[in-house]
Ligand binder design. Structure first.
Ligand SMILES: [Zn+2]
Length: 480
């Protein structure tokens, strides 16, 4: 029987963290709390100007010659709230509820992602019982909004070469590689002209959407692309379109699940006929996406002829063809693993009187493929006299063929759970990418307890899983 260490302090610390507002960009208070914690426990601590915190603790007796371990997580959470009128998440703590083995926060996200990592780390730093090698705890800021903390942190003072990242949400999986990514912002301009014509309001909804990394391989329709496809279909059938506005998506890392457009049609003809013509295309789309998107719904309304202004016929066509020309979804699959290698998602599309603006989120586990795709997206914008800018790039964490730390973690898992863990790569970003790029001989593994529906107000932390992962972390630290 392995020694078990009480997990009481994990929940105690987690609850303390939940009392301190710590949404992304509002991390000063929680960062200071971590510094105070370290001082109170006589541990060496460094807070940098970004508010990242590094706490160090010496090896316990008998572990001085074991390789040091870095425990790592991020202090910010995605702060979302069902009713912002009832709670100010910048000022108030969370209302925790424990129910049927889960912990959640009433009406808001919980921040188990990634507060649980900090709670584990503080519980270990506080303990006088758990044996461990030299520990370095790195807690970063603003992971959820571009990984700015991991990007900017100075690691030159870090001695450990084994990093345990605790920012995964599924027990039983050891994540050992991740994609790198970049956002491409494109802007196109056009000529606005007056018209006298009926105006059509078209909205598209019922799509599933999803995460642009972990769900990009599911073949779901991208709402921005599908909207452009519908308008191009109308245009190709001989209608003279003048786009006034168009939008789909709000976040670069989510597949848009809806979209809407407003446009004039100078040769619309009978409105009833036009409406049923568009509705029949809705049926075609349902057939095309059968089994994947079964709730595609186009709703349209047509006004009486009116005076207004919109983009010229040529520019309207250019905008739509630009979207059609841009690749969408999965570009390549990894040869050796059943994992997406390269992909992109048009996450935000916005056309108004100011111009046509799009944000594409690109990902790849191969740096050169990411570079190629970035150039390709920009080149297509350039074909339409558009401008491109690159933002928020983060490096890939490539799979290390040899990693004694990973092997040790697999072995300990087997001993504890009686079965093998899954050892996987993910097609999404993790801070590990920045760490392995700053410390090339670093070995990293990412784990975490089961957390459901992260980044939403339904987020729930599985308490039994939290306990098992605690036992696992303690074993990783204490087994030689
Ligand atoms: Zn996270």
């Amino acid at each position: 029987m392995k020694t078990r260490y009480s997990s009481e302090s994990v929940m105690r610390y987690f609850k303390e963290l939940c009392a301190i507002p710590h949404g992304s960009y509002h991390v000063d208070a929680i960062s200071d709390y971590l510094v105070d914690f370290a001082k109170k426990h006589n541990l060496s601590v460094h807070q940098d100007e970004l508010k990242n915190v590094i706490i160090k603790k010496d090896a316990t007796s008998g572990y001085e010659n074991e390789p040091g371990i870095i425990l790592q997580g991020h202090m910010d959470m995605v702060a979302v709230c069902d009713d912002p009128a009832k709670k100010d998440m910048e000022k108030e703590g969370l209302d925790l509820v424990e129910e049927e083995g889960y912990l959640y926060a009433k009406g808001t996200s919980l921040g188990g992602d990634d507060g649980i990592a900090i709670a584990y780390a503080l519980a270990i730093l506080e303990s006088n019982e758990i044996p461990h090698p030299a520990l370095e705890v790195i807690i970063t800021v603003n992971e959820e909004v571009g990984m700015d903390g991991a990007k900017g942190i100075d690691l030159s003072d870090i001695r450990g070469r084994r990093l345990l990242n605790i920012d995964s949400e599924e027990e039983g999986i050891l994540t050992v590689s991740c994609a790198g990514g970049v956002r491409v912002h494109t802007s196109l301009e056009g000529l606005i002209e007056p018209f006298t014509a009926p105006v059509v309001f078209l909205s598209l909804d019922g799509l599933k959407g999803g995460h642009s990394g972990s769900e990009i391989h599911k073949g779901r329709a991208n709402g921005a692309h599908l909207l452009a496809d519908i308008l191009l279909h109308i245009l190709d059938d001989g209608y003279d379109l003048r786009l006034i506005s168009m939008s789909a998506g709000e976040k670069d890392n989510a597949i848009p699940n809806s979209g809407s457009a407003e446009f004039a049609v100078t040769n619309l003809g009978d409105p009833e006929e036009f409406i049923s013509y568009v509705e029949s295309y809705n049926d075609e789309l349902l057939k095309k996406y059968e089994g994947i998107e079964d709730e595609i719904r186009i709703t349209i309304g047509v006004s009486l002829p009116e005076e207004g202004s919109g983009y010229s016929a040529d520019d309207t066509e250019d905008f739509l063809e630009f979207i059609e020309d841009e690749p969408d979804g999965v570009i390549a699959i990894c040869a050796d693993m059943d994992l997406v290698e390269t992909s992109l998602n048009l996450g935000i599309m916005k056309l108004d009187a100011e111009g046509f603006f799009c944000v594409f989120a690109l990902r790849s586990s191969v740096a050169s493929k990411l570079e190629e795709l970035k150039e390709r997206v920009a080149k297509i914008a350039d074909n339409y006299d558009g401008e491109s800018e690159f933002h928020g790039d983060y490096p890939a964490w490539e799979y290390k063929k040899e990693s004694p730390f990973r092997e040790k973690m697999v072995e300990i898992y087997r001993g504890l759970y009686g079965e093998d863990p899954k050892v996987e790569g993910i097609h999404a970003g993790l801070e590990c990418g920045f760490f392995v790029n700053k410390i090339p001989d670093l070995e990293a593994v990412s784990i975490g307890p089961n957390i459901l529906d992260i980044h939403t107000t339904k987020e729930k932390l599985d308490l039994q899983s939290t306990d098992r992962v605690w036992d696992y972390i303690c074993a990783v630290l204490s087994e030689k």
